[in-house]
Each structure stands twice: as structure tokens, then as C-alpha cells.
Design a protein around this ligand. Structure first.
Ligand code: HEM
Ligand SMILES: N[C@@H](CC(=O)c1ccccc1NC=O)C(=O)O
Length: 286
């Protein structure tokens, strides 16, 4: 019995003749994925691998998040509330992964990072197409961000498409209008390229939902999903800021910004402001 030798025997059914057949590495294209980590420091700095892998993994999770959020918007557009909830639940789990990742990067000391930071030149996460697309998809539109992508016409066109399309919040407000809620017409048809700006006229809509959850339980569940998504997004931004402060303090960013001060301003951006504001006007209900 080979278990005595602390070995697990192969079972007879296990495939060992895999030439010309679908394999693990082939299906996942691991040869491409795992040959895309090239430290630029010379000689290679041990910690640059962490920096590269950390960003690549974040971009992979963002790929899934963008994919799921796009589906979520489509579900809302077609009144598929249950399907929306299912996709939103997955998005939240992905966001948790993205947030938990900061703890890995925080093992990089300030002086280790300074030993290879110069190889980054003017590159910065500020130029992440996927990150900016997700922000646009959620509703933080900002046409000025497109300028950063002028060097790459394909990326520019993709971000432009995200700017032009209704966001998650836009589709949510349109959903509410379709289902009889008093959403002002200015939210049902508008210039989608503009960021949503806080509108007190939306408060009665949400007040009615939050004060009558037994009637509007569908709408309430949707609202709370959006609140979760925004909260998770803000936690990611906050953890990014704290990691940045811990590693480069208040140095300027490689992307040309003031650094921590610039990132802190992002904490004041909001996707679904009325969903937080409504709580200030809710009274006791019986
Ligand atoms: C040593 C680690 C890191 C430092 C020191 C850092 C620093 C910065 C700074 C200073 C900015 C502002 C733009 C600039 O001037 O460069 C920025 C933006 C950004 N970084 Fe990082 N970052 C780090 C890691 C990461 C990681 C792991 C990601 C994940 C993809 C990331 C994603 C972003 C994004 C998306 C922005 C744009 C944020 C916005 O527009 O509000 N960063 N980063
Ligand atoms: N902005 C960072 C550099 C940086 O973190 C970075 C550089 C290249 C690719 C991704 C990056 N991550 C986030 O900004 C810095 O100022 O050190």
C-alpha cells in the first residue's frame, strides 16, 4: 500500500496520454499568462515580481468585475431583478478579493519600493482602462479621463463607449420609472456622458421604498445591492490610499498627480448619493 510511503497512487482512470488533447495549461493559456511577468529592474529586484503580480491579479479580478457589472446593467435594463441580484452578489465577492489584496502589497517596504520605482517612468494605475471603465459603468463619468488614453486609440474607443452608455444607476432609475415610481423625467432620458449629480427630487422616491419595504421589497433589495457595491468600491479606494501613504508617504505619483492628496479626493466621489441621503429623511414607520 503506497499510502504507507506517504504517496497517493494514480487511479486507473486518470488520463495520462494528453498529447493533442485539451489540457489544464492549454485551456487556461498558462504559457501566455505565466510568461508575462518581466521585471525591468537590472539586476532584477526581488520585490518587483510582487508588484507586477499584484497588479496583474487585480486586473484579472477587474476583468471579471467589468464582465459581471455589464451583465448586471443588462439585467436591470430587461427587468430581470432576480438575475441582477445573483450577479451583484458575485460582484461583491470579487470586490472583497480586490480589497483583501492590499494586505499582500503592504508587505513591500518603502525602501524596497524606492529601489525599483524609477523603472515605472510615468506609468500609473491612473492609466488602468479597466478601472476607469468600471467607474464609468457604475456612474462616475468624467470625460476628461479620456485624454489619458489618447495614446491608445482602441482603449480610447472602448472608454468612450462606456462614457456614452447609461450607467448602472441610470438603468436603475429607469427601472424604477418603468415600475411606477416618480422618477423625474430628467433621469429617464439625459446626456449619459455626464456624471450623475445629487438630486433632492429623487429622495421622495427612495423614502417611499425604504418606508414601505414590505410592499417594495424588490426595489429595496436592489437599492441595498447598490449600496453594497458603492461601499465596497469606497473601501477599495480607502485601502489604496492607506497603502500608498504607507509605501510612498506624500510623494508625488508617477502618473503626475500630487499623490495621496489626489487619491483622497476620490473618497468624496459618490455613485448613488441619494441612496445614502435617504436615510437622513426616513422617519419611524408602523
Ligand atoms: C506601491 C503601490 C502603489 C502606489 C505607491 C500607488 C500610487 C498611486 C498614486 C500616487 C496614484 C495617483 C496617480 C499618480 O499620480 O500616479 C495612483 C492611482 C491609481 N492606482 Fe495606484 N498605487 C499602488 C498600487 C496600485 C495597485 C496594486 C493598483 C491596482 C490595480 C492600483 C491602481 C490604481 C488606480 C486604479 C489609480 C487611479 C485612481 C483614481 O483615479 O482615483 N494602484 N496610485
Ligand atoms: N503611481 C505609483 C506607481 C504605481 O503604483 C504603478 C505604476 C505602474 C503600474 C501600476 C501602478 N500602480 C498604481 O498606480 C507611484 O507613484 O509610485
Amino acid at each position: 500500500m503506497s499510502i504507507d510511503r506517504n504517496e497517493r497512487p494514480l487511479e486507473a482512470g486518470i488520463h495520462t496520454d494528453l498529447s493533442g488533447r485539451m489540457t489544464y495549461g492549454g485551456y487556461l493559456q498558462l504559457d501566455r499568462l505565466l510568461s508575462a511577468q518581466h521585471p525591468l529592474s537590472n539586476p532584477p529586484h526581488h520585490d518587483e515580481m510582487l508588484f507586477i503580480v499584484q497588479h496583474q491579479v487585480a486586473e484579472l479580478w477587474m476583468k471579471l468585475l467589468g464582465h459581471e457589472l455589464t451583465a448586471a446593467v443588462e439585467h436591470l435594463r430587461n427587468d430581470r431583478v432576480w438575475q441582477f441580484g445573483k450577479v451583484a452578489a458575485r460582484c461583491k465577492r470579487v470586490q472583497e478579493q480586490l480589497t483583501a489584496m492590499w494586505a499582500v502589497l503592504e508587505t513591500l517596504t518603502p525602501s524596497e519600493y524606492m529601489q525599483f520605482r524609477d523603472v515605472l517612468g510615468p506609468s500609473s494605475g491612473f492609466q488602468s482602462l479597466q478601472y476607469r471603465s468600471i467607474e464609468f459603468l457604475m456612474g462616475n463619468k468624467n470625460a476628461a479621463m479620456l485624454r489619458v488614453f489618447e495614446y491608445d486609440p482602441d482603449a480610447h474607443a472602448r472608454l468612450r463607449a462606456a462614457l456614452d452608455a447609461p450607467s448602472l444607476y441610470d438603468e436603475f432609475l429607469r427601472y424604477l420609472a418603468r415600475w411606477g415610481h416618480a422618477v423625474p423625467a430628467s433621469h429617464v432620458e439625459r446626456d449619459w456622458t455626464r456624471a450623475h449629480v445629487h438630486d433632492p427630487a429623487l429622495l421622495p422616491v427612495f423614502e417611499r421604498i425604504y418606508e414601505n419595504t414590505d410592499i417594495y421589497w424588490r426595489e429595496y433589495a436592489l437599492c441595498e445591492d447598490l449600496v453594497d457595491l458603492e461601499t465596497q468600491f469606497q473601501i477599495w479606494r480607502f485601502r489604496h490610499l492607506r497603502t500608498v501613504m504607507r509605501i510612498i508617504g506624500f510623494k508625488r505619483g508617477t502618473g503626475g498627480s500630487s499623490g495621496a492628496g489626489f487619491l483622497r479626493q476620490a473618497l468624496d466621489l459618490t455613485f448613488f448619493p441619494e441612496l445614502f441621503d435617504v436615510r437622513s429623511v426616513i422617519g419611524p414607520t408602523r
